[in-house]
Ligand binder design. Structure first.
Ligand SMILES: Nc1ncnc2c1ncn2[C@@H]1O[C@H](COP(=O)(O)OP(=O)(O)O)[C@@H](O)[C@H]1O
Ligand SMILES: [Mg+2]
Length: 334
């Protein structure tokens, strides 16, 4: 099983948990957590996913914040901005940290499902079956590895728009479906498809927080303006308080245009731009292709490791802001 390919040494676990190698070592020794792999000299020990989650539980138990905003949607109606890549990394790393995560693939292209190693030729249920054919959502949930479940997608989802748009309260279907699942998971992460569709509007209504994934290229700003304007208008019509952050992705510090776009983003959208900027890095590409989360293979100096870890922490931070605190913030901003 591929979970054996995902294992970490004590130093990496310490970095993931923002702890020290000495603390990790103390926990594995006192709690007798077995290593899956050991070099001949016994110096390097590696821990599989399940044991890494156990170590995380022991080290972080009193430090985990309460998660209020569980449903995080990765959104943009433009393709290629990095929605799937970031959703994949965040989902994997939250589960490595010990959270229980459900990922939902809403893109008929099924890139998230394939990165999570769901074979295309296997007959499985998708959100199409759940939303249109009345299949119970629990029957569509697959377990990918400890702490990570997935509702996969495939090409059959392309046909969802017509039957979905004929339903009453058509934009609220997903929210109603996910509500009872919130007690089973710490996070529900939704990857959307690059269109303006009823399915994506469902994702917006279900979202506790929307992560708008945006490229830092000269032409991305005008598209983003349209997207944010339409999203806010939609929320206004639905009488829903928006909660969103813009993630600047594929940032290239050496190019002036990347810097300009980031500057313009911050001027225009201020607090709505996430502090984390995800730099362009080949490791993100390789990770999806090899279907292994970045922490499990990239060099420890990889900038992608740094950025993904920052992103995961920032997403946890925003997820732990209660609705009341959020309203307070809004009031102060006006
Ligand atoms: N920070 C990054 N650095 C390098 N390549 C990236 C980065 N983010 C995404 N990519 C690559 O860009 C392409 C599109 O990303 P993807 O996540 O599929 O976008 P979307 O889901 O928005 O269509 C993929 O080949 C992916 O590997
Ligand atoms: Mg995608």
């Amino acid at each position: 099983m591929f979970t054996d390919e995902i294992s970490f040494n004590q130093r990496t676990i310490a970095r993931l948990l923002d702890s020290s190698p000495a603390t990790v070592n103390r926990v594995v020794t006192t709690k007798l957590i077995p290593a899956t792999l050991q070099t001949d000299s016994g110096k390097i020990k590696k821990y599989n996913l399940e044991n890494t989650r156990n170590i995380a539980e022991l080290i972080l138990k009193n430090q985990r914040p309460k998660i209020y905003n569980k449903i995080n949607v990765f959104y943009n109606f433009k393709g290629g901005t990095g929605k799937t890549s970031l959703c994949y990394q965040v989902a994997c790393h939250l589960s490595i940290l010990g959270y229980n995560v459900l990922a939902i693939d809403l893109d008929p292209q099924g890139h998230l499902s394939s990165a999570l190693r769901v074979a295309e030729d296997v007959n499985y249920h998708t959100m199409y079956d759940v939303l249109i054919n009345g299949v119970a959502i629990n029957e569509a949930i697959l377990n990918v590895f400890p702490g990570l479940d997935l509702v996969p997608a495939n090409i059959s989802m392309t046909r969802i728009e017509v039957p979905l748009s004929g339903k009453t309260k058509r934009e609220e279907k997903l929210r109603l479906l996910l509500e009872p699942l919130k007690s089973n998971y710490d996070f529900i992460l939704v990857d959307t498809n690059p269109t303006i569709s009823t399915l994506n509007l469902n994702a917006l209504v279900a979202a506790d927080r929307v992560n708008v994934v945006c490229e830092t290229q000269p032409f991305s700003l005008s598209g983003l303006r349209v997207l944010v304007e339409e999203m806010l208008q939609f929320y206004n019509e639905m009488h829903v308080q928006p909660n969103f952050g813009i993630i600047a992705n594929k940032y290239e510090s050496k190019t002036a245009s990347s810097q300009e776009v980031l500057g313009a983003l911050r001027t225009e959208y201020r607090d709505n731009v996430m502090d984390t900027v995800v730099r362009k890095c080949e490791d993100i590409n390789i990770s999806a292709k090899r279907k292994i989360p970045i922490f499990a293979f990239a060099n420890k100096h990889s900038i992608a490791i740094e950025d993904i870890l920052d992103l995961v922490r920032e997403i946890i931070k925003h997820a732990s802001i209660s609705h009341e605190e959020l309203m307070e913030k809004e009031k102060r901003a006006i």
